[in-house]
Write a protein that binds this ligand. Structure first.
Ligand SMILES: C[S@@+](CC[C@H](N)C(=O)[O-])C[C@H]1O[C@@H](n2cnc3c(N)ncnc32)[C@H](O)[C@@H]1O
Length: 264
């Protein structure tokens, strides 16, 4: 999938892919291109550039032995965020017992945690994404028991979980930059991430690993850490911070800014 903002970028990326696949002696079965417009309503579905057009638009990929469904026909996101590879690997090593995956999308973090024996709760505003998440669990032979999916606004749900006494030892916070939540409420990560961190700390168990992740370039890991330290102080929790190594295919300034907040 080549994502591009203009024709010049598409030409450069396509030439790069061609040079690399010649060198690696590897021919991709299919190549799709996707135009990234400035405005959401101008988004269009990806276009098949090369390969067999008669193949289904969906496929299954494997990362670290785990299977995920992709759908190249769904417009903006095809189902798996590659810049979260190191964080999925990190979650696997943490082996949580109870994962809260907010803004879960297709639930890749839930699949990873479920495979190491965790109970999971996946929350997303999009029912369709959660359905794809359920399919991802099933693709990996995980049965439904111990895995919950809640179609709700994460900001509304977190306090309810807190009041019910639910506690987690791993929490994923990977919200979009902008969104319209329940009741048309506007979510802007730059303004609201600290509220989300404070709400997450209310459901953090005695020890808890919280992934802080955003595509907003203004919230780099240094800013995220400063905000997280402030929230931990308000909630009187001791914290340490761990950064996963960047991905070679996402050089600095590309991909999500991420940071693990380890609560003790
Ligand atoms: C950046 S994606 C999350 C990616 C996911 N963490 C992963 O690695 O696959 C953002 C998701 O947040 C969901 N979303 C947006 N606003 C929301 C809200 N207020 N509450 C819950 N989910 C929301 C969107 O439907 C979308 O699936």
């Amino acid at each position: 999938m080549i994502s591009h903002k203009n024709d010049a970028a598409l030409a450069e990326l396509a030439a790069g892919l061609e040079a690399w696949s010649t060198q690696a002696q590897w021919t991709p079965a299919r190549v799709f291109t996707r135009f990234l417009p400035l405005k959401n309503h101008e988004r269009v579905s990806p276009i098949l550039r090369s390969g067999d057009a008669s193949l289904p638009i969906t496929t299954v990929v494997t990362e670290a032995g785990i299977r995920y469904g992709l759908d190249f026909g769904t417009g903006y996101s095809h189902g798996l965020f590659l810049d979260q590879r190191a964080n999925r690997a990190m979650l696997k090593t943490l082996r949580p017992k109870r994962l809260l995956n907010t803004f879960a999308y297709t639930c890749s973090f839930s699949v990873v945690a479920a495979l190491t024996g965790a109970e999971t709760l996946s929350v997303d505003l999009s029912r369709k994404s959660l359905d794809r998440g359920k399919q991802n669990l099933a693709l990996n032979g995980i049965t439904a028991a111990g895995h919950r999916f809640i179609n709700d606004d994460a900001l509304d749900l977190l306090p309810k979980l807190g009041h019910r006494g639910e506690r987690f030892d791993a929490i994923i916070l990977d919200p979009p930059t902008f969104s319209r939540g329940n009741n048309g409420r506007l979510w802007q990560v730059e303004q609201h991430f600290e509220d989300l961190m404070l709400a997450a700390l209310e459901v953090a168990g005695p020890t808890c690993a919280i992934l802080l992740s955003t595509n907003c370039t203004k919230l780099n890991p240094t800013v995220l850490e400063r905000q997280a330290r402030g929230c931990a102080k308000i909630k009187r929790r001791t914290t340490e911070y761990t950064r996963t190594a960047g991905e070679v295919d996402f050089p600095p300034g590309h991909g999500a800014s991420t940071l693990w907040m380890m609560v003790r």
